[in-house]
Design a protein around this ligand. Structure first.
Ligand SMILES: Nc1ncnc2c1ncn2[C@@H]1O[C@H](COP(=O)(O)OP(=O)(O)O)[C@@H](O)[C@H]1O
Ligand SMILES: [Mg+2]
Length: 474
C-alpha cells in the first residue's frame, strides 16, 4: 500500500526535509496559496479544525520574508513633549554609515566636558561654574538653582527651584554637531554613563544624518527583531501598543521622557513581516482596529490605561505594513467582522484546510514521513518499525472515518495523531525497546482513549459531549 513502507525497516531510514514547507503533511493546496500570498504581500485567512497545521503554515510563511529594511524609532518632540514623532530609518543609510564612518567611543569625567555641555547635563552651575552631580539641584558653592539660568523663567518658578522643589530635568544625553571644512560633520554624543563618567561617541556623518541623530531617538522596532509576530487573545495593549505609565510624572527629573515609554503593538512589530492571529474571532471588537491598521498601514500608539500618565501621550502614523495571516475554526467564521473578512478576501485568500485526505499511495507515504518527522522532533523516543508505522496508518484511517465520516481516507488531524506517536514512543522507552513496535502503538491508542475519558469525566462528564471534543477516541 505504501512504496516507502515496503522499502524501509525503520523510520530511521527516512530523510526529512529541513524546508518548513516540506514538513507540512497534506494541505498542498494551502501551501501553494500561502507561498504566493507572501510573495505578493496578500492577507490570508486559514480556516479549519484544530491541529491540522495552520500555525505551522504561518510560521513556514515567515521564512519567505526578506529581511526588514526599516527600523521604527520614536523621537522626543521638544515643542510638544506628549506628541513624540515617529522616525523611520532604512537599511541603506545605516549600511553607508557603518562602512564609511567608524565610531570612536571613549569615556571622560565631568570636568573634561565642554563647558556648555556640562551645564546642560547638570554637572556645572551656570552661575559660578563649580561642579557637582546633576541630582544636586542647587549649587553648593553659590547657592543658586543650577538649571534655571539658561531659560526664560518667571520668578515663581525660580522660587520653587531655589527651594529645590522643582528641578529641570538634566539631560542624560547631549548631542553636538561640529562642521568640518570638508563638508562632513562630526557628530559627538555625550551620554551619562555612570555617576561621574560620561561616554563620548564621536563619528563623522553626512549632514542630514547628523540632523536626525541630534534628536533623542528611541528604537521601538529594531531591524534585527523577528518579523513573525504571533497574537492570541484579545489584548488592546498587545495588539496596538501602549505608552507606559511614568510614576514620577513628567515634571520631575526622575521621570522617563514620553518617547522612551512608547511600547509598540504586535501590528507595529509585524511591520514588513507577518502578523499571525490565532483564532481571530476571539479578538472581538478589536477587529475594527485591526481593519483600520490594514487599510491605513499606519496606526497611532497611545496609552491604554486612562488613569495613567501614558494616556495623554500619542505617537501618530507609526507604520504597520504587515501581511495578516489569521486562523479560525469553521464554527467561528461568523464571529469575524464582515468588513475585515471581505478585506482579506478582496486583498488575499481565504483558504479552507481539510482535516482528512483520500488514502492514496502518496498520502500514505506522507504519513509515514510524518511519523519519522515526529520522532526526529521529539528527540526522546526511538524510531518506529515499518509494522508500527503501519499501525499508525490504520489509526489515521479509523480517525478519518470516525471524525469526518470519510471511508478510505487518512486523517490530517496530526496534532492528535502526533500525540499517539509520542505515547507509543514513551511506552517503548519504558520497555527498554530499541524500536517502537506495533504492540506499543496499540497500547498507545488504548491509553490515549482512556485519557480522553478522564478528560471528559473531569469536565462536564457526559459522554454525549464527546463530539464537541472533536476526538476520535470516543
Ligand atoms: N499538516 C501538518 N503537517 C505536519 N505536522 C502537523 C500538521 N498539522 C499539525 N501538525 C503537528 O501538530 C502540531 C500542531 O499543529 P498546528 O500548526 O499548531 O495546528 P493548528 O494551528 O491548525 O491548530 C504541529 O506542531 C505539528 O507537529
Ligand atoms: Mg495553532
Amino acid at each position: 500500500m505504501s512504496e516507502l513502507l515496503s522499502h524501509i525497516a525503520t523510520t530511521e531510514e527516512i530523510r526529512i526535509s529541513q524546508d518548513p514547507f516540506e514538513r507540512i503533511i497534506g494541505q498542498e493546496h494551502a501551501v501553494m496559496l500561502v507561498r504566493s500570498a507572501v510573495l505578493q504581500r496578500r492577507h490570508v485567512l486559514l480556516c479549519g479544525e484544530p491541529g491540522i497545521g495552520k500555525s505551522m503554515l504561518a510560521k513556514a510563511a515567515s521564512t519567505l520574508l526578506s529581511p526588514a529594511r526599516e527600523e521604527i524609532r520614536v523621537r522626543a518632540n521638544p515643542v510638544a513633549p506628549n506628541r513624540p514623532e515617529v522616525v523611520i530609518r532604512t537599511l541603506v543609510e545605516d549600511v553607508d554609515r557603518d562602512d564609511q564612518y567608524p565610531e570612536d567611543v571613549f569615556y571622560i569625567r565631568p570636568e573634561e566636558l565642554p563647558y556648555d555641555v556640562a551645564v546642560e547635563m547638570g554637572y556645572r552651575c551656570p552661575h559660578c561654574g563649580s561642579l557637582s552631580l546633576p541630582e544636586q539641584g542647587v549649587c553648593i558653592d553659590c547657592g543658586s538653582a543650577k538649571r534655571c539660568d539658561w531659560k526664560e523663567e518667571n520668578s515663581y518658578h525660580g522660587l520653587f527651584r531655589a527651594l529645590n522643589l522643582i528641578h529641570e530635568r538634566a539631560e542624560t544625553t547631549v548631542t553636538r554637531v561640529d562642521k568640518q571644512a570638508d563638508g562632513t560633520d562630526t557628530l559627538v554624543i555625550y551620554q551619562r554613563d555612570k555617576f561621574d563618567t560620561i561616554k563620548v561617541i564621536s563619528r563623522t556623518t553626512t549632514q542630514s544624518e547628523a540632523v536626525t541623530e541630534a534628536y533623542d531617538e528611541f528604537t521601538i522596532v529594531p531591524r534585527s527583531a523577528s518579523r513573525f509576530i504571533r497574537v492570541s487573545g484579545a489584548s488592546a495593549v498587545e495588539l496596538l501598543g501602549d505608552v507606559r505609565h511614568d510614576p514620577y510624572g513628567s515634571a520631575d527629573g526622575l521621570g522617563v521622557p514620553p518617547h522612551q515609554r512608547v511600547v509598540p503593538g504586535a501590528i507595529h512589530e509585524a511591520h514588513e513581516g507577518i502578523l499571525y492571529i490565532d483564532e481571530i474571532a476571539t479578538l472581538g471588537p478589536l477587529q475594527k482596529h485591526l481593519l483600520t491598521a490594514m487599510q491605513d498601514k499606519r496606526y497611532p500608539i497611545t496609552g491604554h490605561n486612562p488613569h495613567s500618565s501614558g494616556a495623554s501621550v500619542r505617537v501618530d502614523d507609526v507604520p504597520c505594513d504587515f501581511i495578516l495571516i489569521a486562523s479560525t475554526n469553521l464554527e467561528d467564521l461568523p464571529g469575524i467582522l464582515p468588513p475585515l473578512r471581505s478585506r482579506i478576501r478582496g486583498y488575499g485568500y481565504e483558504i479552507l484546510l481539510s482535516s482528512w485526505t483520500k488514502k492514496t499511495h502518496d498520502a500514505v507515504d506522507q504519513l509515514v514521513r510524518f511519523v519519522a518527522q515526529t520522532v526526529q522532533e521529539d528527540r526522546k523516543i526511538p524510531h518506529f518499525t515499518a509494522e508500527a508505522v503501519g499501525e499508525i496508518v490504520s489509526i489515521s484511517e479509523r480517525m478519518a472515518l470516525k471524525l469526518d465520516g470519510q471511508p478510505d481516507s487518512l486523517t490530517l488531524r496530526l496534532r492528535e495523531l502526533g500525540g499517539v506517536i509520542r505515547i507509543a514512543g514513551d511506552l517503548a522507552v519504558q520497555d527498554g525497546a530499541e524500536l517502537v513496535c506495533p504492540e506499543h502503538v496499540k497500547r498507545a491508542e488504548e491509553l490515549a482513549f482512556r485519557s480522553e475519558i478522564e478528560k471528559l469525566s473531569k469536565g462536564q462528564g457526559h459522554l454525549a459531549d464527546a463530539h464537541d471534543y472533536g476526538s476520535y477516541f470516543l
